[in-house]
Design a protein. Structure first.
Length: 270
């Protein structure tokens, strides 16, 4: 639920609605002989930098829940400013741990088996929820890029001080910020072809010109809604995804019939 921190009335109304919703959940759980654990309930407020939400406390039953600075939701660590730094730090720690483990017995592995391990233990973690990292600050994305570079060195036994760019090209590896764009474009292709939930499809509006144009059937264009802020609005899926889709070249990519064909052509393009 959204409200402006300076608006006390909106603030109180939002908290009242949240507490009423939680009370309904408690009553419903009591009817089916379940109990809501108040001490496990957490609340967080997402605010711009250099701002804070005062007195953001939520009452759950007889307990008063104070706000947290970070929360984990479906494996993604969200901080109060949505800069994703805590999430990147968590992923980096986990990936470097697995890279060190693989490096200890790397000499006993073949190249193919090493690449399989790196892909399952490192690459999948880097790609999980990476669409949330779109247009994140460069100093944050560079942490994940260092993880990817180190994994590539371990996989190919490249010395530490050798240039990594030729190695990444040989492995057909995309930079971290490009991998986020790749995931967003994939998330656009799926709903447009009926392969995603309806609520995602409802976020995308197809542009229909007011008059017939010869070029309107050449490519599929999406409407880009206006955003009020660059830090948050331009990173939202409803704004970022249509922008990337509309500038996608060559335009024949948009006419791919199946997802595997689209992914293969998109990766070669990027």
């Amino acid at each position: 639920m959204a409200f402006k921190p300076k608006e006390t009335i909106a603030h109180n109304e939002t908290l009242r609605r949240i507490e009423a919703c939680l009370n309904d959940i408690i009553l419903w759980m009591n009817t089916i002989f379940f109990k809501l654990n108040a001490y496990k309930t957490e609340v967080i407020g997402f605010v711009p930098k250099r701002r804070d939400v005062e007195d953001l406390t939520v009452r759950v039953g007889d307990s008063v829940i104070k706000p947290s600075t970070t929360e984990r939701n479906l494996g993604a660590v969200l901080d109060s400013h949505l800069n994703m730094e805590q999430h990147v730090n968590s992923v980096s720690r986990s990936c470097f741990m697995h890279i060190r483990q693989v490096g200890q017995f790397r000499k006993y592995l073949t190249v193919d088996s090493t690449r399989t391990l790196i892909k399952s233990l490192v690459a999948l973690r880097l790609d999980y929820c990476n669409s949330l990292l779109y247009r994140s600050p460069k100093h944050i994305l560079n942490k994940l890029q260092k993880v990817y570079n180190t994994a590539a060195r371990i996989s190919t036994r490249t010395p530490r001080y050798c240039h990594i760019t030729p190695v990444l090209k040989e492995l057909h590896g995309l930079p971290v910020h490009v991998r986020a764009e790749y995931k967003l474009l994939t998330c656009v292709f799926k709903p447009l072809h009926g392969q995603a939930p309806t609520y995602i499809r409802n976020m995308l509006d197809i542009y229909i010109p007011s008059r017939q144009l010869r070029s309107q059937n050449d490519c599929l264009t999406l409407i880009v809604p206006r955003s009020r802020t660059v830090t948050y609005g331009d990173r939202a899926f409803m704004t970022a995804a249509p922008k990337l889709w509309n500038i996608l070249v060559p335009k024949t990519l948009k006419s791919c019939e199946t997802l595997p064909v689209f992914k293969r052509a998109l990766k070669l393009t990027l």
